[in-house]
Design a protein. Structure first.
Length: 417
């Protein structure tokens, strides 16, 4: 039994984020790279333990009474096994000429003959993007000196996402059809009638808290967890409704359950154009006409339309810096200005130094940050009428005609199209 502090100090091991994987796919697609996938077999057995860990003598080994074995190498089952593995593999990448990307510790880059080579690490899975097949073979051979490497060929599946890499057609579709099909089977919805809108406009899920509580055998948490995984992967169109449903994990009722099951019926289409995918960590949830709340799981709730808009703009700039930090630093592309479309004129005026900030002192530092990027032409803020804001389907529960219009504009198409 592992005991904290005594047998281990650190258990955390980073993995590549979905955002990094998308940027990696986009760069490889843009450069015309082939993407190969590898698996490091028995990866956790390769790390050397720093702590003193003792185990009982395995059956069949004869030694004196009262003896134990000291564990020198990591094994599966140790709480620190993942952390030990992560401390091991970056050193190997450095030995063969790679360096860690500053924006993501699990992205490694090497300049080979003035052409970048990328490796994305997710636990023991590797994605290698390179234009030269011979170079890929050399990388595989170098890694095989240190680990037992299994070549999986061209990348088809990443974390449950299917990658249909077709550079000739100018498309890079992503979908989670296999995971979705498994969900439909697990929750008994294979024969469900498809719906065009996962939301029920006008339904206030907070007002139904007095309804009959859900039966204990209904897997509400599993349902919401699965929906969140799909929403973060390839289906941001169900993000807002799933985010709202996740607020009732402690005491869901039948209304919440039926609302979650309704989302399973929206599987007749997928976001399958990579360049149209929208990251959606920040969600604006309109509770009343007077107030908008912003929450991303890390920051406190903010009230007020203008304050919420400024917070989102600052967050977009941060994300832009991380994403472009990968693509421009290693591909040589010029970092062009990013257009941000905002439906709040007051927010634009304040962010561009044209409006009064007497009532915005509490967000003064964020304003300086935004204005600095506006002055450097890193970003350009444009006003868009509320009824033309394409991001509304990510932040509001819309009526079906508007929801369908916006999702199609952002690249949500049927499987058969």
């Amino acid at each position: 039994m592992n005991t904290g502090i005594v047998d281990y100090r650190e258990t955390f091991a980073p993995v590549a984020s979905l955002a990094t994987i998308r940027v990696f796919l986009a760069i490889c697609y843009q450069l015309g790279y082939r993407i190969k996938q590898y698996d490091i077999e028995t990866a956790f057995l390769n790390g050397t333990l720093e702590e003193e860990v003792h185990i009982k003598i395995p059956h069949g080994i004869k030694v004196g009474e009262g003896k134990v074995c000291r564990q020198c190498k990591s094994v599966y089952g140790l709480k620190q096994a993942g952390a030990v593995w992560y401390k091991t593999i970056p050193g190997v990448f450095v030995k063969i000429g790679f360096r860690q990307c500053l924006s993501d510790q699990c992205l490694f880059v090497r300049d080979s003959r003035h052409v970048p080579v990328f490796i994305v690490l997710y636990v023991d899975d590797l994605l290698v993007g390179c234009a030269d097949a011979t170079e890929v073979d050399r990388i595989e051979a170098s890694l095989s000196v240190h680990f037992k490497v299994k070549a999986l060929g061209d990348t088809r599946f990443i974390l449950g996402m299917e990658v249909v890499y077709n550079h000739l057609e100018g498309r890079l579709p992503l979908n989670q059809l296999q995971f979705i099909d498994k969900m439909l089977r697990n929750f008994g919805q294979l024969e469900a009638y498809p719906v065009r809108n996962p939301n029920v406009p006008g339904l206030d899920l907070h007002s139904v808290m007095t309804s009959k509580s859900l039966r204990l055998n209904q897997p509400y948490r599993e349902l919401i967890g699965s929906l969140l995984y799909v929403a973060n992967g390839t289906r941001p169109d169900i993000g807002i409704s799933t985010s709202i449903l996740s607020q009732f994990l402690e005491n869901p009722n039948e209304v919440h359950w039926r609302a979650g099951i309704r989302e399973l019926s929206r599987w007749d289409c997928d976001f399958n154009e990579l360049n149209n995918l929208s990251e959606q960590s920040y969600v604006l949830v309109t509770q009343t006409e007077e107030e908008t709340l912003l929450h991303d799981g890390r920051h406190p709730l903010w009230s007020g339309y203008t304050q919420g808009e400024e917070t989102v703009i600052g967050s977009i700039i941060n994300r832009r810096s991380r994403v472009y930090g990968v693509s421009t630093r290693h591909t040589g592309d010029h970092l062009s200005s990013t257009s941000i479309f905002v439906d709040n004129k007051a927010a634009i005026s304040i962010a561009t130094n044209q409006g009064s900030v007497s009532r915005a002192k509490h967000i003064d530092l964020r304003l300086h940050f935004i204005r600095d990027h506006v002055a450097r032409a890193d970003i350009a803020l444009h006003h868009v009428p509320s009824d033309s804001q394409e991001a509304d389907f990510l932040t509001k529960t819309l009526l079906t005609p508007q929801f369908t219009k916006l999702t199609k504009m952002r690249g949500l198409v049927g499987h058969t199209s």
